[in-house]
Design a protein around this ligand. Structure first.
Ligand code: TNX
Length: 534
């Protein structure tokens, strides 16, 4: 009794002494935060209260996360009259991904129009938990929040080097924390094909060996079961997984497995293309994409379409291609490439999905009802405006500052820099899309959002992968979620300390911006292997 009383007094004093709490450190910064007085104390008696069965999954996620964080086993109940509860409510008047939090020293109410919004409220709550002297608390506050952009993404190139499903799950955990919702898997490219296709077993039997710097690296790929597991894990975190099968270029691994559908390539880009003038190629692509469409519920399939000119030299002399160009009035090899893209867009469209293509695709004549453009050539802003003028929806991932294979500090020895010496510091990533805001201001609705793209020619292991992704991914999260007026770089930098604690807890490596010498640069190819710029 006495002990209880002392404990209550202690709790009371603690709460009062936190009467005026500083802004909770949340990434991405919510659109509207009003801090009240006092705090909600989180203890073993706190109950999670909810009515809607369709947020059961979110409630479970919250309970587990609270258990991991506080080690309390919290009660969850449909009804709970007293104070000390966190209620989660669906309110149909609130739009899609928006959520509201009203936290007082008695109770916390989270409301959203959908399970997705509830999930974001949960992320905000989890990041708002503070502790002092063994007591966990959440400041009294009112939050009104919704994302600026619908597409808040990360791409991982698993072809050049393969990372596997445990790494992917860790990345998805961090994306969930950052309220990011699109994971783009670049599954095929020169060194290897990384996804099992039942109808064409050689794609992985032959095509999954090797990496960018080791031709003899053993087979490594995702089985269809792995993919199902990843898609389900992502869905629990409200993340859509988008597959990319790159074509007609970057098809080297597929050429190795099935030379009969290869359009060749020369020198460094040997076997780079699919053969664009054979019906068997289109049959192959249709079959492959049927399996892909089944495995990934996303309404998009990324079909690449970039840098075909790197390796299409054989097209200029191949008699089948040359007569195809003549018979179909395609004019030249570029016309051939555009025909290919339109054909594949039709295949994907027949499966009820849209293609996403790198920005070269705009010129192909494919229409905006069948395709979404991914703008990547930062040195060609006209590609962005052209896509918008033609009525395409656009996802932005310009090399500068969204490519995470570029170094993030001058101290780094490995990694890309642009010809003019530019690279992607945390601050330049954070300032996006500031510099191109004027290009998109009249077509805001067509901008689906943005993503970081992690190419892995120079990233050969997990430690280095995380070193390149973190903390920069936190900047992309805030760029894509938070309106410009609420963004503030010095405050963001302070919040990174807390983000690091989260990464530490999960055993994830990062580049330490506060002590740049503290983390030696992890492994990467030693030779300065500069690839041709696209
Ligand atoms: C260009 S981005 C590529 C990739 C490379 C990347 C390296 C794009 C559509 N193509 O194949 O990995 O540069 O930064």
């Amino acid at each position: 009794m006495i002990r209880n009383l002392t404990l209550s007094l202690f709790v009371l004093i603690t709460v009062l002494s936190y009467g005026q709490v500083a802004q909770p450190q949340i990434i991405p910064q919510p659109q509207e935060v009003k801090i009240g007085t006092g705090s909600f104390i989180l203890d073993a008696k706190t109950a999670i209260v909810y009515k809607d069965k369709d947020i059961q999954q979110e409630v479970n996620y919250l309970l587990k996360s609270l258990r991991d964080k506080t080690s309390y086993v919290l009660a969850s109940a449909y009804k709970h009259k007293e104070s000390g509860r966190i209620s989660l409510k669906i309110n149909k008047k609130i739009k899609d991904s928006e959520y509201r939090i009203d936290a007082t020293n008695k109770n916390i109410i989270c409301e959203a129009g959908s399970p997705e919004g509830i999930f974001y409220a949960i992320q905000t709550l989890l990041q708002s938990i503070d502790s002092k002297d063994g007591i966990f608390f959440i400041p009294s506050m009112k939050i009104n929040d919704s994302p600026r952009f619908a597409w808040r993404g990360l791409m991982l190139d698993d072809s050049r080097h393969f990372f596997g499903k445990e790494v992917v799950k860790q990345i998805l955990d961090v994306m969930a924390y950052l309220k990011m919702n699109r994971f783009h898997m670049h599954l095929t490219d020169e060194p290897a094909w990384r996804i099992e296709i039942k109808k064409y077993p050689k794609l992985t039997e032959v095509g999954s060996t090797g990496t960018w710097d080791d031709k003899n690296a053993p087979k490594a790929f995702y089985t269809q079961e792995d993919i199902k597991e990843i898609v389900a894990y992502a869905a629990e975190r409200h993340i859509m997984v988008i597959p990319e099968i790159d074509m007609p270029g970057h098809a080297t691994a597929a050429s190795r497995a099935y030379p009969e559908i290869s359009g060749g390539g020369t020198g460094r880009w040997e076997g780079f293309t699919f053969h664009p003038a054979k019906e068997t190629t289109y049959q192959f692509i249709d079959d492959v994409l049927s399996e892909i469409a089944e495995l990934f519920p996303a309404p998009y399939i990324h079909i690449g379409g970039d840098e075909v000119h790197y390796g299409n030299q054989v097209w200029f002399t191949d008699p089948v291609i040359q007569s195809f160009i003549k018979e179909n009035d395609l004019k030249d090899e570029v016309g051939m490439e555009h025909y290919f893209i339109r054909r594949v867009a039709d295949i994907v469209s027949s499966k009820g999905k849209k293609i996403i293509g790198w920005d070269e695709m705009i010129a192909s004549g494919v229409t905006p009802d069948k395709a979404v453009v991914m703008w990547w050539r930062h040195d060609k802003p006209a590609q962005l405006t052209l896509a918008l003028d033609k009525g395409f929806d656009v996802i932005m991932t310009p090399r500068i500052p969204c490519y995470f294979d570029f170094v993030q500090d001058n101290i780094q020895k490995i990694g890309r820099r642009w010809g003019d010496g530019k690279y992607n510091t945390l601050e330049t990533v954070y300032n996006f899309p500031g510099s191109i805001e004027n290009l998109i201001k009249n077509n805001q609705k067509q901008i689906m959002g943005m993503q970081a793209s992690t190419w892995t020619e120079r990233i050969a292991d997990t430690k280095r992968l995380y070193y390149m992704i973190f903390p920069r991914l936190a900047a992309i999260s805030e760029d894509s979620w938070t309106n410009n007026e609420e963004k503030n770089y010095p405050i963001f930098v302070e919040k990174i300390r807390k983000f690091y604690q989260f990464l530490d807890m999960k055993g994830i490596n990062y580049f330490n911006i506060f002590d740049i010498n503290s983390t030696p640069e992890p492994w990467g190819p030693n030779k300065a292997d500069v690839i041709a710029e696209g």
